[in-house]
Design a protein around this ligand. Structure first.
Ligand code: LLP
Length: 380
């Protein structure tokens, strides 16, 4: 797609993020129609990408917002999401963040510890309000993904462990300004093995039984996000398999009459529509390889340095025979490398290079390290 627009791209100051809004719309249509089959509610996880034009597409398709900071809640509301469509998770919500969210009357706080429940109750009481809460439960389900983006194991800081729940219920009896409306789970990100979600459903069903046995009716089940995307062959799987994903939850999750089911997808909705475009500054001969040195680095896209993640790299300019390169950025860190031993058409100074599948956790994780400028975003 980008190759056809090379003339236009060459006019831009590099590096920049290019977002394909048509692909985004198709992706969102597909997710919305598959979720709609079962009346599932989707909250877009803003942390994946919080650019206004992207948020506006999410809103148009009827998704709510999943936030993990006060500023994300603010960003969602400023971009037109209704407070009653906003959920707020996170292990370390500050008083300021909680107060702001209480003032906005958001739909639900996903609470992650007893201590947080106590503080939330105190702050809500001071405002004469009642906070709607879903308990984030740590189900101890292995997500089979990178350890840095695994969140549902007991060793992780997230959520309330099963063995703490009895105590939490006792505590809730003493917290009048908290209203328990549901339970919440999020076990990790970039999950490509769908059987993981089946295991999650089994655990959610067990937890539900536990609550039902205590005469607690849960109006809401929130199963989080985590659906992965194809980083290796993006063009073959531009739109994730939402049919299989939502179908699986429909098959294995025991939903009780009147109960609403919520999802918090981030990556699967936006990853493929974004590309980091960079210019080749220099070619340098190494001992075993050549280095293609780009004007983008880990400051624009940190995923390869942080999670050793793979992003497909393409030369948009050259169609010469292939040569092997280590594709690196300009930052003073050896981890500033987008890919080792990458086969690319012979590459020269000035060529435009695309780093694919960068729409999620790309721009939002950018830093100003080395006092770098922020890369622009363009929408195609
Ligand atoms: N809900 C909660 C509570 C979360 O913590 C997350 C992501 C999501 C939903 C959305 O998950 P998704 O559908 O995007 O997998 N920076 C990492 C990913 C971190 C994900 C953090 N939590 C990366 O670049 O791979």
């Amino acid at each position: 797609m980008l190759k056809n627009r090379i003339q236009e791209l060459q006019q831009q100051v590099t590096p920049f993020y290019a977002y394909d809004l048509n692909l985004l719309r198709q992706t969102l249509q597909s997710a919305a129609s598959e979720a709609g089959k079962y009346n599932f509610h989707v909250h877009y996880a803003l942390k994946a990408n919080a650019n206004s034009p992207i948020l506006s597409e999410m809103k148009n398709v009827g998704f709510g917002a999943d936030c993990v900071s006060g500023n994300e809640v603010k960003c969602a509301i400023e971009n037109g999401f209704k407070p009653q469509d906003v959920v707020f998770a996170g292990v370390g919500k500050s008083d300021t963040e909680i107060n702001y969210a209480l003032d906005q009357d958001i739909f639900c706080f996903n609470c992650e510890s007893s201590h947080e429940l106590e503080v939330l109750n105190e702050l809500a009481t001071a405002k004469g309000k009642t906070a709607r809460v879903a308990l984030r439960i740590n189900p101890n389900v292995n997500a089979n993904t990178h350890k840095y983006i695994t969140t549902g194991l007991e060793e992780n800081k997230f959520g309330i462990n099963a063995w703490e729940l009895e105590g939490v219920l006792d505590l809730l009896d003493t917290l009048p300004n908290i209203s328990l409306i549901g339970i919440h789970f999020h076990i990790g990100s970039q999950i490509t093995d769908l059987s993981v979600f089946k295991n999650l459903c089994t655990r959610v069903n067990e937890f539900q039984e536990w609550f039902v046995a205590r005469n607690i009716t849960l109006e809401h089940l929130n199963v989080g996000g985590g659906l992965g995307v194809d980083y290796y062959t993006p063009d073959e799987n531009l739109i994730p398999d939402f049919e299989a994903y939502f179908g699986l939850f429909n098959q294995f999750l025991e939903v009780r009459p009147g109960q609403q089911v919520h999802f918090e997808l981030g990556r699967a909705l936006v990853a493929q529509c974004g590309t980091l475009v960079s210019k080749v500054l220099y070619i340098k001969k190494g001992i075993t390889t050549n280095f293609a040195i780009l004007d983008a680095g880990m400051t624009e896209l940190i995923r390869p340095a942080l999670y050793q993640s793979y992003h497909k790299i393409e030369n948009l300019t050259s169609d010469k025979p292939e040569v092997r390169y280590d594709v690196v950025g300009p930052i003073c860190e050896s981890s500033d490398c987008f890919g080792k031993a990458v086969m690319l058409p012979e590459t020269n100074r000035g060529d435009l290079v695309a780093i694919r599948t960068a729409g999620a956790y790309g721009e939002v994780m950018a830093s100003a390290y080395n006092l770098r400028d922020k890369a622009a975003a363009i929408y195609l």
